[in-house]
Design a protein around this ligand. Structure first.
Ligand code: ATP
Ligand code: MG
Length: 363
């Protein structure tokens, strides 16, 4: 290493990677779980945001889902831009175009056991959300965290901002990185998960986390009447049949949303106190939430509309980001094969074969 290299590595930014499956538009859960941290860390880290279309195939391999990718990817990147992800500072790329990751996925699959992956509750939950019986869970879904490890280790990331449901997957990435380093020599940093301020935002049906695939989400691009309609029909405390009896704030998605998005903390505390003693109705709590959500969503919606008017912008951002990422991925794959001692094998075999064939006059 020259002194120049040392100076570069000392000043080079650490890398951050995270992403989303392009299965629909982004929702409030994505924002508090991961996007807020991405926007905040853009200057401090060299950031990579992947559009995880290969990960979509783990639960949606059908042709219709693939055909819907174009529109979903477009929507998702518009959501990124509207939230403040800046393509001049951060790289947005398409996972399926980075072929080196397919190979990394195969190598990493050798470094983790099947029972370790099969035990993960998050995979069971994804299977459930996709209406899959235990017997119909594909090999690819069990391998979801391995492919995720390939994505994360591809640019040798240090930090991964994700929602709580993904924390166990980052632990798998760490184990794979450790195992690789142990077997073949130091190649990867052990990346850390960074969980958002709201680790799991509940859905408006009160049944679990807000999720694109569960029909319980408020999308960042929802218009005001849709937001109001969703909140007015959202699940609250089911035992509270009248406004003058005490209600439960805990486990009540309306209050989780107030906590996450209402910037008037005093109002939230007062509403909670009145709800607990039975002096405020669901209607008032919900109407105040609608106002708070509008204050948060309206600038996002406005920026989204501005970016949407620029035809080809989203495609150019993905194109440039993907070309940049390809180079990094190829370099990491070369580092991996070299560390593993695999890189020269085919070259050596072909050289030796050609020498013999030339000698025998068969070439
Ligand atoms: P799908 O239904 O297709 O799985 P999803 O809504 O669960 O979609 P993902 O693309 O799986 O979204 O998740 C992208 C990122 O957003 C992950 O880091 C995930 O942890 C985070 N995230 C998703 N939903 C929530 C939520 N309700 N609360 C906090 N973080 C979330
Ligand atoms: Mg998910």
């Amino acid at each position: 290493m020259t002194s120049d290299d040392i100076a570069t590595s000392a000043t080079a930014k650490r890398r951050l990677l995270t992403g989303d499956r392009p299965t629909g538009k982004l929702h409030l859960g994505h924002y508090v779980g991961s996007i807020a941290n991405r926007v905040k860390l853009q200057d401090e880290y060299d950031c990579y945001f992947l559009i995880a279309d290969l990960h979509m195939l783990t639960t949606k391999p059908e042709k219709e889902a693939i055909d819907a990718l174009r529109a979903n990817v477009h929507d998702m990147v518009l959501d990124y831009l509207a939230c403040g992800i800046d393509p001049k500072r951060s790289t947005i790329y398409l996972q399926s175009a980075i072929h080196a990751v397919y190979e990394m996925n195969l190598f990493f699959g050798m470094l983790v056991t099947l029972p370790r992956l099969s035990r993960l509750p998050s995979i069971k939950e994804m299977a459930k959300a996709a209406m899959m019986e235990d017997e119909s869970v594909p090999f690819g879904l069990i391998g979801y965290p391995v492919l995720q490890a390939a994505d994360i280790l591809m640019p040798k990331s240090h930090l991964v901002p994700v929602g709580k449901d993904n924390e166990a997957h980052i632990e798998i990435t760490r184990e794979i990185a450790r195992r690789f380093n142990f077997l073949y020599g130091d190649t990867f940093p052990e990346p850390a998960a960074m969980i958002g301020d709201v680790p799991t935002l509940p859905g408006i049906d009160g049944k679990g986390k807000m999720s694109k695939s569960l029909g319980n989400a408020i999308f960042l691009s929802d218009d005001p009447p849709s937001v109001a309609k969703k909140i007015r029909s959202a699940y609250t405390d089911p035992n509270r049949i009248r406004a003058d009896i005490p209600g439960n704030v805990e486990g009540n998605p309306i209050f989780s949303l107030h906590d996450a998005f209402n910037t008037n903390k005093q109002e939230v505390e007062q509403l909670k106190a009145r709800y607990r003693e039975g002096t405020v109705g669901d209607v008032e709590v919900k109407e105040k939430l609608i106002v708070a959500l509008e204050a948060f969503l309206s600038p996002i919606r406005q920026r989204r509309a501005e970016f949407e008017r620029e035809s080809g912008l989203v495609e150019q951002i993905i194109y440039e980001g993907t070309l940049r990422t390809k180079e990094i991925a190829d370099q990491t794959l070369a580092d991996m094969k070299k560390a593993m001692g695999l890189s020269g094998l085919w070259n050596k075999i072909s050289r030796k074969a050609r020498e013999r064939m030339e000698k025998k006059g068969s070439v």
